[in-house]
Write a protein that binds this ligand. Structure first.
Ligand code: B12
Ligand code: SF4
Length: 586
């Protein structure tokens, strides 16, 4: 009997603004690893199929296509960061091998049947959980190409069909771990120079139903736990295999009180002994009341170890009650600011607060008020995400779009040609206001969180009894009417804003591009160009104080840095790492 050739493709995410993934960092292909680990437990599949190769490393598509020989089935696992690339490979493979069965799955596949109909080279789409369904497909393929009795899939072609929803896997512990069954051993052994990242699932599902989210299709679903022993053994595998970053895939880390803390304590213990993983990254903390979860204790473990370089993240998304209601998060205990503040004073933890902008209900004023709150809390650093419309989220549904006037723009997601859909206006906020708000964050990152003009603005705020945020708004208006190098950089960012997902990362853009521009000229590179800044700030002060030269000069002299050519390191500008003795502060 001839074995059928199976190939699986899940190209790693390479560019991530939040984790600064560099070119030598790669994710092990966990999802396709699970699909095959589960499938090969079936003796018929094991006997009839050979897994020829798993593709995980970003590469030239031709190199990948050339390595695929006589495929019987190819499975592609699709996320925002790899779908367009996968489509290209699938297109060419279908041309070369028309009888090969092309199966697509993963969270980035839209529910709209036209998406599949427009891509005739894809044979099947698996919606939601894939392990059982993929095995059913492989089994059915041996008998015939009639997949119509398999639930949870869409079948392409003349007889286009969407079959009924599949049931979720009863016991997720039936799925063998691709870390523990040796599936990744070769990849790790053959690439000792790479820093691997690993996705770590301790449970599946999320009881909440935030409208912007699609937690692998398991939102508003029962949470199912992987055995604790299996979780600990996976951690040991990651440590022994020098996995650089361990990524929790859990929706609500800390929700299983006792158990989740035990998992983190185990990581901590292993890390102390073996110095791996270097980074523990949590994607979402529990949204249950703080006394019912382990979140604070876990955040402390994650933040205690400075070398991990990770701050606790609090996914607030918005402080606006209307927006929270519209995204179905108004009754969640996302954070307890009192606890957070307490932990900050006790432990000097700097927390990152995640916001999504804009959300239905957000207004220009409410965005400004959110920032008023943020900048008045020194130990909170915002992380502002643009509002991505995830294809299977409630927010992407026609009804929701209609109700909230969701207007979007399709744009580049990364430099590899992947695309995404971003919200650019809503009933509650116009596109102009959205742009204006983003550009206000440009001003805030450049002048406030960089500490460049923080003291100056605080002083003016005290003198004039005006909110710091309102002074920053005035500074923005001033920049817009000015023609200094600062305004030129501002206009550049504004022009490019809605062209690519990466352009919303104004935090990094401001701390690198703008800062290096501001600081590089005049003397040697990396030195503060005091003249540009001085001229700009004094012009702003003059306007602010309505040309009462005496006052503006006085403030300028008082808060102005004394030395003009101190070395400037943009990396240190964000947060509290800043040493005021060493750097210029206005
Ligand atoms: C780890 C993770 C990451 C990692 C990258 C992981 C990687 N492998 O490269 C990091 C931290 C880098 C990351 C970043 C981002 N992520 Co992320 N991330 C996750 C997370 C937490 C886990 C993914 C995972 O491996 N899950 C475990 C697998 C087993 O589950 P699954 O993906 O659902 O797969 C099952 C089914 O979909 C199906 N299936 C999947 N593929 C296939 C293929 C076939 C052939 C078949 C049959 C079935 C099948 O079967 C699988 C097993 O049951 C998910 C949330 C979640 N828990 O799923 C978000 C998630 C994937 N991320 C998401 C988003 C939006 C992002 C960001 C854009 C966030 C942001 N605003 O910056 C960034 C972008 C990164 C970048 N620039 O490239 C969205 C993705 C939506 C989408 N359409 O792709 C998710 C779903 C979270 C959400 N908010 O809804 N992410
Ligand atoms: S954002 Fe978090 S809490 Fe909300 S549905 Fe998604 S995973 Fe669940």
């Amino acid at each position: 009997m001839q074995c059928r050739n199976l190939y699986l493709v899940q190209i790693s995410s390479m560019e991530d603004q939040s984790v600064e993934i560099v070119s030598s960092w790669y994710f092990l292909p966990y999802t396709i690893g699970l699909l095959w680990s589960y499938a090969k437990t079936n003796p018929i599949i094991a006997k009839n199929y050979t897994l020829k190769k798993m593709f995980w490393r970003p590469d030239d598509e031709k190199n990948i296509i050339n390595q695929i020989k006589n495929p019987d089935v190819i499975g592609f696992s699709n996320y925002l960061w790899n779908t367009e690339f996968h489509l290209k490979i699938a297109y060419y493979i279908k041309k070369k091998y028309p009888n090969c069965l092309i199966v697509f799955g993963g969270p980035n596949i839209p529910l709209d049947p036209h998406w599949l109909k427009d891509r005739p080279f894809i044979d099947l789409i698996v919606h939601q959980e894939g392990e059982i369904t993929f095995s059913e497909i492989l089994l059915q393929r041996i008998i015939s190409n009639d997949f119509s009795r398999i639930n949870g899939i869409s079948i392409n072609g003349n007889q286009f069909l969407r079959t009924p929803e599949a049931k979720r896997i009863e016991d997720i512990n039936d799925i063998p771990s691709p870390y523990l069954n040796g599936l990744f051993d070769e990849i790790v052994a053959e690439n000792p120079h790479l820093k691997f990242h690993a996705v770590f699932e301790t449970n599946r599902g999320c009881p909440f139903k935030c409208t912007f989210c699609d937690w692998g299709g398991y939102t508003h679903q029962k949470m199912k736990k992987f055995d604790l022993d299996k979780c600990k053994t996976e951690i040991n595998w990651m440590v022994n295999n020098k996995i650089h970053t361990l990524w929790f895939a859990d929706s609500n880390t800390g929700i299983f009180k006792g158990r989740d803390l035990e998992i983190f304590n185990h990581i901590k213990k292993m890390r102390l002994k073996h110095n791996y993983p270097k980074i523990i990254a949590v994607t979402g903390y529990s949204k249950t009341p703080p006394d019912k979860n382990d979140t604070l204790e876990i955040q402390k473990i994650v933040s205690d170890d400075d070398s991990l370089g990770i701050r606790p993240r609090i996914a607030v998304q918005s402080f606006n009650k209307e927006a929270l209601k519209n995204i179905k998060r108004d009754n969640l205990n996302i954070y307890n600011i009192a606890d957070l503040n307490k932990s900050q004073t006790d432990n000097s933890i700097t927390a990152e607060v995640e916001l999504i902008f804009p959300l239905p209900g957000t207004t220009y004023e409410s965005f400004i008020n959110d920032f008023d709150y943020l900048i008045s809390h020194g130990n909170i650093i915002p992380q502002i995400y643009c509002c991505l419309l995830l294809p299977r989220s409630e927010m992407a549904s026609p009804a929701y779009r209609k109700m909230h006037g969701v207007k979007t723009t399709k744009m580049l997601f990364n430099s590899k040609g992947e695309t995404c859909e971003i919200v650019t206006s809503l009933n509650s906020i116009t596109e102009e206001e959205v742009t204006q708000s983003w550009m206000l964050t440009w001003v805030i990152w450049t002048f406030w969180y960089s500490n460049l003009c923080k003291k100056l603005i605080q002083k003016i705020s005290l003198m004039h009894d005006e909110r710091e945020i309102d002074i920053l708004v005035k500074l923005q208006k001033f920049i817009e009417n000015d023609d200094s190098p600062i305004s030129i950089e501002y206009e550049k960012s504004k022009k490019n804003l809605h062209k690519s997902f990466l352009n919303y990362n104004l935090r990094d853009i401001c701390s690198t591009t703008v800062s290096s521009h501001l600081f590089e000229t005049n003397t040697s590179k990396g030195h503060l160009n005091a003249e540009i800044l001085k001229k700009f700030i004094s012009a702003f002060l003059n306007e602010y104080f309505e040309y009462t030269e005496f006052i503006s000069n006085m403030i300028f002299e008082d808060t102005m840095f004394k030395t003009t050519t101190k070395k400037y390191n943009p990396v240190l500008t964000i947060g509290n790492n800043f040493s005021e003795n060493e750097y210029a502060t206005f």
